[in-house]
Design a protein around this ligand. Structure first.
Ligand code: ZN
Length: 372
């Protein structure tokens, strides 16, 4: 990503820190934690003998999902695309990539995950078959504690993971593969719309089936697929609308700055008298900090109006170049209230905020051509 000099990626909201895997932060979404508790209660609440087996199976499944995500990250890195974060959702993991991919890159990267689950499943089934151990017979074996051991459950679970992820609908890997394939013959935006529409249809039919069959775990999954499809569709549409457009075209060029020796009172006056919410702080010609609205209010409450902005400003902020591709900047701006400073060499050329970025996207949707 050209022009980005400081890479502090925002995290997906609603998640807690998990751990790092080969340098990639793995975070747990709060809904994933709910599912985890639900499963633990199911396992330990059942008087069944094989609760321990089932717990082993769940642990193995968790590791399988991580291996699946690592495969995405590995193939992505072969194309020079870094994985910034892996988020664990109830319907599986989600790898966030640093930049949008070309169709061939997206196709291979998205298929790598399910491929790993197929490999694990084939390996386990081969082992069970050759050592004459019992095999999983049906889907229901996987959903509740049975007399089967952890390995046959894991073989079936991985097969299910692979097939589920290969469904050609957003936000599943198969949906990304479908979008990549459509991308060869259709405009990017249309390919995205079709994959997102497939995701919504899948979620609705799955949810309805779950309601009729009174399988509420299925309704729960359907809900996440629906949300994921909408989110993935919006993100992909954003990439399409910004692809090939430089940051320069969307940035704010008229803005106020604060001086290194200004007080919180000066900053508060600017907040009132302008519509600006984020103020770059200069020291001579240099930009040394950034003071956003929330930080300003916090400082006002904690230190009073006479404190210096230099003492409370953020020193670690997002710097981007005016010629950087907007589509690559989008993931960095995904968190509400973000503000990036656009630096043309040492000169502060503009600001990019989530608010003006969403206005830019809106105008693009209504057909406005960017002024470059
Ligand atoms: Zn995947």
């Amino acid at each position: 990503m050209d022009g980005v000099t400081a890479l502090n990626y925002p995290r997906t909201s609603g998640t807690v820190r998990g751990f790092r895997l080969f340098g990639v932060p793995v975070r747990l979404h709060f809904t994933f934690l709910i599912l985890l508790i639900f499963l633990l209660v199911t396992v330990f609440g059942s008087s069944h003998q094989s609760g321990g087996n089932y717990a082993m199976f769940l642990l193995g499944l968790f590791v399988s999902v991580l291996l699946h995500e690592m495969a995405h990250a590995f193939v992505g890195s072969r194309f020079g695309v870094r994985t910034t974060e892996i988020v664990m959702f109830p319907i599986g993991g989600l790898s966030r990539m640093e930049r949008p991919m070309r169709p061939t890159e997206e196709l291979l990267t998205s298929l790598a995950g399910p491929f790993v689950n197929l490999l694990i499943s084939a390996g386990l089934l081969g082992y069970l078959y050759s050592s004459h151990q019992p095999m999983p017979r049906s889907l229901s074996d996987l959903l509740r504690p049975t007399e089967l051991g952890a390995l046959p459950l894991l073989a079936g679970g991985n097969l299910l993971l692979a097939l589920f992820n290969l469904l050609p609908a957003f936000p599943m890997d198969g949906g990304r593969a479908l979008r990549a394939l459509l991308g060869y013959v259709k405009p990017d935006e249309e390919a995205t719309r079709i994959a997102a529409w497939m995701g919504r249809m899948l979620a609705i039919s799955m949810g309805l089936y779950g309601l009729v069959a009174q399988d509420f775990l299925l309704v729960f999954f359907a809900f996440f697929i629906y949300l994921g499809a909408a989110q993935e569709g919006a993100a992909a549409l954003g990439r399409t609308l910004t692809n090939g457009i430089p940051v320069r075209a969307a940035m704010i060029t008229e803005f106020h700055t604060l001086g290194h020796g200004d007080t919180i009172r000066d900053a508060a006056n600017l907040l009132l008298s302008t519509s600006q919410q984020d103020f770059p702080v200069r020291h001579g010609d240099q930009v040394v900090g950034l003071l956003g609205r929330n930080l300003l209010l916090k400082a006002l409450a904690a230190e009073g109006p006479d404190a210096y902005v230099a003492g409370v400003m953020e020193r670690d902020f997002l710097l981007i170049g005016p010629d950087a591709d907007l589509s690559g900047i989008l993931p960095l701006m995904a968190q509400a209230g973000r503000c990036a400073l656009v630096m043309d060499g040492p000169r502060l050329a503009g600001l990019l905020t989530t608010d003006n970025l969403s206005e830019f996207l809106l105008l693009r949707r209504f057909g406005m051509e960017p002024v470059v």
